[in-house]
Design a protein around this ligand. Structure first.
Ligand code: PGA
Length: 252
């Protein structure tokens, strides 16, 4: 089974006003080339999605949201639905990021509802999972990550509408990347579990690593078995760093 085409996704988080968001997207488009390497994706804050859709028009760089509601519409003040994201040209949405799980109490059941809503709207859900440092120290990584995968991924998911991102909470924004062995072990566990949950074709579901990915460590991380790309936070805010990470992907 050949490796799936890698996905390099930039998670801008709560960063960017119109001028700098436009400039960043424009630089990425100019430097991205023909789109023959890994698939590139940017996930700006909701306020910039319409603008960035224009900046990315006719380019191979895709657009995604950072979260969505589990319902398609309704009385949910301040929330954004998956059909709204699809309407603006998004192809992906991140759900279950640890910052949403922590700041907004997103349980795995709620993450599953969000992922299902994304898939109903024709988007691919990037479902994030990952253990805290205390959970790792207690030897509970497999239990926590396995549990999140079991509970956060909707039934009926396929390689076309599901991406999984393993992001150890302690590695996010900390400059502390997981080791090659730690990444390889958890990605293998997720791959095995997807075999049971997704069934035939599960080898094509991309499993991204996220947590302090930068140009200096990208080549080593992206070469690990069952690592099919990266979810990049801080380093995605500089076009040169984001594209250097993409360039470090093994050739397909
Ligand atoms: P980081 O964030 O690259 O800044 O560690 C990754 C993420 O939270 O998706």
């Amino acid at each position: 089974m050949p490796k799936p085409r890698p996905l390099i996704a930039g998670n801008w988080k709560m960063n960017g006003l119109s001028a700098d968001g436009w400039a960043l997207a424009d630089e990425i488009v100019r430097q991205a080339g023909e789109g023959t390497g890994p698939e590139l994706l940017v996930c700006p804050p909701f306020t910039l999605i319409g603008l960035i859709a224009e900046a990315l028009a006719n380019s191979p760089v895709g657009l995604g949201g950072q979260d969505c509601h589990g319902d398609d519409a309704g009385a949910h003040t301040g929330d954004i639905s998956a059909p709204m994201l699809a309407d603006l040209g998004c192809r992906y949405v991140i759900v279950g990021h640890s910052e949403r799980r922590t700041d907004h109490g997103d349980s795995s059941a709620r993450v599953r509802a969000k992922a299902a809503a994304a898939q109903r709207a024709g988007l691919a859900a990037i479902v994030c999972v990952g253990e805290t440092w205390a959970e790792r120290e207690a030897g509970r990584t497999a239990e926590i990550v396995g549990g999140q995968v079991a509970e956060s991924i909707p039934p009926g998911s396929t390689a076309a509408n599901l991406v999984v991102a393993y992001e150890p909470v302690w590695a996010i924004g900390s400059g502390r990347t997981a080791t090659v062995e730690q990444i390889a072990e958890v990605h293998a566990l997720i791959r095995r579990q997807l075999g049971g949950q997704v069934g035939p074709g599960s080898e094509a579901v991309r499993i991204l690593y996220g947590g302090s990915v930068k140009p200096a460590n990208a080549r080593e991380i992206l070469a690990i078995a069952n690592v099919d790309g990266a979810l990049v936070g801080g380093a995605s805010l500089k076009s040169a760093d984001f594209l250097a990470i993409a360039a470090a992907s093994p050739p397909g």
